[in-house]
Design a protein around this ligand. Sequence first.
Ligand SMILES: Cc1cc2nc3c(=O)[nH]c(=O)nc-3n(C[C@H](O)[C@H](O)[C@H](O)COP(=O)(O)OP(=O)(O)OC[C@H]3O[C@@H](n4cnc5c(N)ncnc54)[C@H](O)[C@@H]3O)c2cc1C
Length: 487
Amino acid sequence: MTGLESPVALLEAWRGVTVPLREEMRAYETWFAEEGIAASADVDRQGTPGLRMHDRFGRPEDRVLYGPVYRRMLERGYATGIVARAVDEQALLPGYQLGYVTSFFDPGLYCPYTVSLGTVLALYKYGTPALVQRFLPALTRRDAGVWQGATWMTEAGGGSDLGHQVRTTARCEGDRWYLTGDKYFCSNVDAELAVVAARPSGAASGVRGLALFLVPRWREDGGLNYRIVRLKDKIATRSVPTGEVRFADSEAWLLGREETGIYQIMEVLNASRVANSIGAVALIQRALAEASSFARGREVFGRPLAQQPLFRRQFAEWQEELRGGFALAWEAADQLEQVWRQEPPYSAAYHRFRLLAHLAKFRTAEQAVAAAQWAMEAHGGAGVLYEYPPERLLREAMILGIWEGTPHRQILDGVEVMARNRAHEALFAHLGEPEGADALRARIEVLLAASADEREAGAEALFRELASWVGGVLTRLRLPRGESGTQ
Ligand SMILES: Cc1cc2nc3c(=O)[nH]c(=O)nc-3n(C[C@H](O)[C@H](O)[C@H](O)COP(=O)(O)OP(=O)(O)OC[C@H]3O[C@@H](n4cnc5c(N)ncnc54)[C@H](O)[C@@H]3O)c2cc1C
């Protein structure tokens, strides 16, 4: 058995990793195996940290009260350059590869790095030179002084329908903006900077009237710029604090232009959907590694579970699923690497990437839940016990489908990019028009020709099939044959 126990080994076997990064990744993996995994279990077990809203003199403070190991664990990731490399190397793939390692050990911990990356990209692309100079150096540090980012869009009325549910307003005075409103799901809630969706006064209704703002945690006068109202008690992802935030005339800067705000918001989401897909695949690998390790040690009916024909068959099928998810998620990352510098109006390659990102987010999140559940079943009763990994893996997997846009959103947005931008045509061409493309194309055209309601109601089965088919095609095109690295 080689490969499954090590995220770096699998990446090396299936994609290859360039030399300086490989050493960094191996060291990071070794740290996790020796120290980080215990710290991560500790953080999960401690549950939601406390929130101290005032210091002992009664001054507003909003400090998240982490246990002693959390910051050390968090800083270890920043030290690898998981966020900084995007700017230092002008490349997103190194950070995604480090994210794969992170998520193998702790899927929730990948969130702070992902939302920090989203903040960095939005600032880097759309901030004025003065803003970039002021904030980017702190966000791209690799030591304990690093500033973190956050991406806050969702409000209490709902996250899927941002156009109607974002009630946070923004008013302008000179070159400065002031935000007022509540955000309901704010991960990395004590980050030093956040990118926030809000509606400028007088802007159009719907998504077209939304703009993206950079909001620092502290005002220019040193006071808190907004309040953390509470922390959420979640089933998992306890390695990132998620809270509710209240803005009241909070100082902000506009990123980019008001008219293109929704595109900038979508760019932030696209980068994190790719991260979500990569994190989901790492979780699938981990689930299979845990199932395999248990099955080799557990004796049933006179031989190890791993040698029972039914188990062997299931395991082989799961390895194929892993290959499909891996190929799909990394294709989305590779495509993003090609297009992330683009601004609206986007090219056909950008729309093709968007379709891939929706397919990957949808499929890998679904696979992650099923894989974690299978790993739990494979462990029998031990699978549901708090003290062994499958129980946590299943809890972590459940969140991957919901944040960064639910499965419904991935399906409907995926259908939209096919209808508006013919992204499926670009994808089929990119894949070399493989066998099966014509049949799928014909069914997609029937779907797109249907009424809006029929199209939405009928989209799921076809979208699922498309995701699975694209994963299969990419497995054949991109992954080494015969030598899976997981036998
Ligand atoms: C742990 C955690 C951390 C989070 N962190 C952040 C964060 O940092 N920043 C942030 O902005 N958000 C964050 N979120 C919010 C997340 O993005 C939203 O929960 C998600 O987008 C769904 O929004 P909602 O919960 O309001 O559900 P709703 O939008 O109300 O949706 C409810 C249900 O309706 C379905 N639905 C919606 N529209 C349709 C349709 N047209 N057809 C069929 N079904 C539909 C949805 O798929 C869902 O199943 C976080 C969520 C969680 C769980």
